[in-house]
Design a protein around this ligand. Structure first.
Ligand code: PMP
Length: 314
């Protein structure tokens, strides 16, 4: 399906992507004053089902992001869940999808601010496959760009303008021959990737930067911490991580809605372990893949089955 023909949700109703336009001077575009989510849906042909992953968690984070920007969403989280399911069905998607809900400051005038500017909201769903090649490890570097600090603009909110930080780091990394960047926080501790949270394994313990390290509080991060604890009985520790620990770690991997679990093969040209996917990453990655495709009954509550939800309504 052409993007122009995708059905989107905008201005309180459903419309074709092509017909849902924003004006050139829109605040959200000019000043980055908006917030968004990225949500994955996995199509499972054997079941004729499209599973939307941790939908409520994403909309709750969007609500928090909006609150931080003194914005409000036009609908409750419950209503947004329903609209999202309807949107997927209206597009008749029978493929993996990526859903992008966003709220933005909608005035078309000049003057940066948050107050006295109306908010607007939209959801765009698109077909999606892989963000990174799942079959090979990522060669990553520590970025020369530091992660935006909470005293500048809060990274715990998924704010549109903050992605300048991610884009600078990602492009620098790729143009220098790496796949991805790891950003350090202002005080030099490991923060996260350009669009992923990071985990390391040392002596069988799983470590990830704690939320005060300017990370986005990732939905997948939380899911992986729960799986590691409940399914593998691993000790999971949130704490500051030094750059040197990236080099010393037996395993390093990223988590995110787009990447799922992606293993890091090298950091700053130093191989992680033997450069292959480590055993803990392997277990977490395959469990996560099974969970998001509805093959682990204990975790079905993490999923919204779009087509079954529609049948229930009828
Ligand atoms: N950090 C950043 C900066 C991100 O953009 C993302 C992707 N949303 C993540 C971490 C991972 O978060 P999640 O698991 O919620 O997708």
């Amino acid at each position: 399906m052409e993007l122009s023909e995708v059905t989107v949700y905008a201005k309180g109703g459903f419309a074709r992507y092509e017909d849902a336009k924003v004006g050139l001077l829109t605040h959200g575009l000019q000043y980055g004053t908006g917030c968004f989510e990225g949500i994955r849906g996995y199509w499972v042909p054997e079941e004729g089902e499209l599973f939307l992953v941790l939908l409520r968690d994403h909309y709750e984070r969007l609500e928090t992001s909006a609150k931080i920007l003194t914005m409000s969403l036009p609908k409750s989280v419950d209503e947004l869940l329903e609209i999202t399911v309807e949107l997927v069905l209206r597009n008749g998607y029978k493929t993996d999808v990526y859903i992008r809900p966003f709220a933005y400051k909608a005035a078309e005038d000049v003057g940066v601010r948050l107050h006295n500017v109306p908010d607007a909201f939209a959801i765009v769903p698109i077909p999606f496959t892989h963000y990174v090649d799942p079959n090979r490890g990522l060669d990553v570097c520590v970025s020369s760009w530091r992660r935006m600090d909470d005293t500048m603009a809060p990274p715990r909110a998924k704010i549109t303008g903050l992605y300048v930080n991610s884009a600078l780091a990602k492009s620098e990394a790729v143009q220098n021959g790496f796949d991805e960047a790891i950003l350090l926080s202002h005080d030099g501790h490991v923060s996260e990737g350009s669009a992923e949270n990071i985990f390391i394994v040392r002596r069988g313990v799983l470590y990830t930067p704690d939320p005060s390290q300017n990370v986005l509080e990732g939905v997948t991060r939380r899911a992986i911490m729960a799986i590691a604890h409940h399914e593998l009985g691993l000790e999971v520790v949130e704490r500051a991580i030094d750059r040197g620990e990236l080099y010393a770690a037996q395993e390093v991997f990223f988590t995110g809605t787009a990447v799922g679990v992606a293993y890091v093969a090298s950091v700053d040209r130093r191989p992680v372990g033997d450069g292959e996917m480590g055993p803990i990453t392997k277990l977490l990655s395959s469990l996560y893949a099974r969970i998001v495709t509805g093959r682990e009954p204990r975790y079905l509550e993490w999923l919204t089955p779009a087509y079954a939800s529609a049948r229930v309504k009828v």
